[in-house]
Design a protein around this ligand. Sequence first.
Ligand code: GYE
Length: 328
Amino acid sequence: MGFDCRGSFANLSRMKFPRFFSLLIVATVFAFSLRAADKKLTVGFSQIGAESAWRTAETESIRGEATKRGVNLRFSDAQQKQENQIKAIRAFLAQGVDAIILAPVVETGWEPVLKEVKRAKIPVILVDRGINVSDESLYTTLIASDFVAEGRLAGEWLAKKLNGKGNIVELQGTPGAAPAIDRKKGFEQAIAKNPGLKIIKSQTGEFTRSKGKEVMEAFLKAEGKNVNAVYAHNDDMALGAIQAIEEAGLKPGTDIIVVSIDGVKGAFEAMVAGKLNCTVECNPLLGPAAFDAIEAVKVGRTVPKKTIVKDEVFDQSVAMDVIGSRKY
Ligand code: GYE
């Protein structure tokens, strides 16, 4: 049964001229959306840097997911500098990317560049750190953990371990960064309930192992055996502090209790070795959720303004059982 073109053109010509045109328009729109749907997405990813094992795991998760989904990813490492992230976002704008993934190093200073992105109607997916803006429409969605809750969980665990009594030194994250501000707030909320617990020293270790070691050395020099515990805003700083404690001839995990946040493999190894006591997980594997959000926005679906990733507390009592199943 061949295709009778003469018959169909006859039908077409008998068709009322407007109906034919509307069919033509529908067909054209359909063809375009097919083409739009299978057009390879280009996404710009402005990453903070590689300051910790956690950050590297996040980068790998986003890069890996881009490859899996055939997305053309433009990656920029800002070396911890906001001005480099702003430069990268302007470059992505000039390149006409389809979407931008941003891990903002600090909370403030984003309004001018995000206004430019909004004018270009390019969706902005914030990963792991939030920002302070007067107009929330300057970003599409935030995918992150609840840092205040993480700090509170660490504080509650330590308060129990120390029976509500002791001197704590705190290694803070990058000044002005959402996790540093909120993990401090949450921890102090938990400590405030225990008058016997005191934060005697608190300083930034910039989320790095080397700075964590350096600052802990200074704390030990200043306070010596007066220190009962160290609270680090991330595992990398805690691992640096453990080195400093050992070099000071003390036993980390025993003489000085060590609590931190992230849940990276190195932290589990230190817990199994008895040197770290507890870590509060902060999941860096945000690639799938970030690209789900981009794909949803690209086909006109709405996405929640905020997606909070669930975290767990791990201490030495479970470390050996869990370490084998850790993905980062
Ligand atoms: O805890 C730390 C990294 O923004 C949640 O940044 C992230 C933090 C993470 O440097 O390891």
